[in-house]
Write a protein that binds this ligand. Structure first.
Ligand code: HEC
Ligand code: HEC
Length: 447
């Protein structure tokens, strides 16, 4: 197990490895939002290169992946959510630490530092915080690869480089280690739990709030009613998405530019979905076939763990309608502003997989204004929010023609120009496309 407490981890991270790095080590790929999800799973050790992919389910990280040294005993399906989380916590792409064709390589010093950091963070949580996820990458990094050592002046987000930490030579304070004796007997009573796993404290509203059941009934009516909904089995939406674009093929790496590529989403009730974005280099596809969540673009993979949970919710035919069935302790806890409108906020805990989600219903129209979910991982979680607006009738039901998507990895604004109901769609389009054989083994690392 991750028995860091007993192992007495040295808190000091290796400084030597960090000395020669600069921002230019981030290759273009690390800046491409579409690729922030992307990777090809490294073929497991001993696997024939062209053979069928080894099944990830039921495996530990160490059994499935080639070069895991700290996260050994977590389920293999949890490795990617942890990587997504790290990326958001540090504000970098996969390529900051990885050669993205060989994720198992340890050539980049950033990856080796990150491994020490994971170990340090787990050691802190297991030793000092009683095995709870209290300290995360984000606690220190706040979306920067190199955390600020001292407070920064507003309005700067952070320093461009490392800030001198202080005037004491490390030798002034003898080497410190984490020991099991640092563990508190129990969590201090009344300590505030982290936001992602516990509903945030809400001031008691002065107005009486409706029952959650009434809001879901009103939503169903506002959409057009059960009968109208049942007559719709597929929806195809076409439009554009405002988002950060990767540099065009053949151009030197640079910061992303904002573009408006064409986007199409097909949905089949109750839970199949396919989104295709026409990125300059190659179309990027996100699919969910009712079981498997996958993406295919410049890189390709199956989403697992907390990432799969996020896409599973995304694939719901009518957003928010299944919230009551998928969550427990569903309750209305406040009135908040969503855009220009007042909305009732409904909160609940996911039944499958840990997680705390919210849906917001317009106090006037009863329609869904916002959803908030969390991408959960063993190292921490981050929020994802969708704001829905511009509802218009399509075959007797109301459909939101704008969807403003907020994600720490990059925001997007979807605008639908055309939404068609009941176009016949072959279920095969939702299945993950066949994959090319995995890349050849990594060349020996240059030492
Ligand atoms: C800040 C550095 C960092 C970033 C950014 C990062 N990783 Fe990792 N990754 C690591 C470390 C460290 C390990 C090894 C963990 C261990 O040894 O327990 C790892 C391991 C992996 C592995 C297992 C490889 C193998 O076969 O051993 C995969 C796959 C992976 N990462 C994918 C990704 C993807 C995809 C992204 C972007 C979404 C990403 N990583 C972003 C640091 C990083
Ligand atoms: C207790 C605070 C703290 C936590 C928690 C923490 N880090 Fe760090 N990390 C630092 C500091 C400070 C530095 C800068 C070290 C330096 O300048 O030498 C750093 C540097 C790094 C670097 C090197 C960046 C570069 O480009 O040189 C990586 C990669 C990194 N951390 C990854 C992580 C990951 C991944 C996590 C979560 C698993 C994490 N850190 C959690 C404090 C922290």
């Amino acid at each position: 197990m991750l028995d860091a407490a007993g192992a007495a981890i040295k808190v000091a991270a290796s400084k030597a490895a960090l000395a020669t790095l600069c921002a230019c080590t981030m290759c273009a790929l690390s800046l491409i939002p579409a690729n922030l999800y992307a990777q090809a799973a490294a073929p497991a050790a001993g696997q024939a290169p062209a053979g069928p992919p080894m099944d990830i389910k039921g495996k530990t990280a160490a059994q499935f992946y080639k070069n895991i040294k700290v996260l050994n005993d977590i389920p293999a399906v949890e490795v990617h959510p942890a990587m997504e989380y790290i990326m958001v916590g540090l504000g970098v792409g996969c390529a900051y630490c990885h050669d993205v064709r060989h994720f198992d390589n340890d050539d980049k010093p950033q990856k080796r530092t990150a491994r020490n950091m994971i170990q340090m963070t787990l050691a802190l949580n297991s030793t000092v915080f009683d095995n709870q996820v209290r300290v995360t990458c984000f606690t220190c990094h706040r979306g920067l690869a190199i955390p600020a050592a001292s407070p920064v002046l507003a309005p700067e987000k952070g320093p461009d480089g490392p800030v001198p930490a202080g005037t004491y030579a490390p030798s002034a304070i003898p080497n410190q280690v984490l020991t099991a004796a640092m563990a508190p007997v129990k969590v201090i009573p009344g300590a505030t739990p982290p936001a992602a796993t516990q509903p945030p404290a809400v001031e008691k509203p002065v107005v009486a709030l409706p029952a959650a059941d009434d809001l879901f009934s009103k939503y169903l009516q506002a959409l057009g009613g059960n009968d109208a909904l049942r007559k719709i089995t597929t929806l195809v939406a076409k439009g554009t998405v405002e988002m950060a674009l990767p540099p065009a093929p053949g151009t030197p790496p640079g910061p992303p530019t904002i573009g408006h590529p064409a986007v199409e989403v097909s949905r089949t009730a109750p839970d199949k979905a396919l989104m295709t974005i026409q990125l300059p280099a190659k179309p990027n596809m996100d699919g969910y076939d009712g079981t498997t969540s996958w993406l295919q673009g410049q890189l390709s993979r199956e989403n697992t763990g907390g990432e799969r949970a996020v896409f599973q919710q995304w694939a719901e035919f009518v957003p928010g309608l299944g919230f009551r069935a998928n969550h427990t302790r569903v309750h209305v806890d406040s009135i908040e502003k969503v855009g220009d409108h007042q909305a009732y906020r409904v909160s609940g805990f996911r039944i499958v997989g840990a997680g705390y989600d919210r849906v917001y219903f317009d106090t006037q129209s009863g329609l869904l204004g916002r959803t908030v979910t969390y991408m959960n991982s063993v190292l921490g979680s981050f929020p994802i929010q969708n704001d829905y607006d511009d509802y218009r009738p399509v075959n007797g039901i109301q459909v939101a023609f704008t969807d403003h998507y907020f994600n720490p990895e990059g925001n997007r604004l979807y605008k639908w120009e055309q939404v068609e109901a009941n176009t016949p769609i072959d279920d095969k389009v939702y299945a993950r496309p066949p994959q090319p054989p995995p890349p050849p083994p990594a060349p020996p690392a240059a030492k």
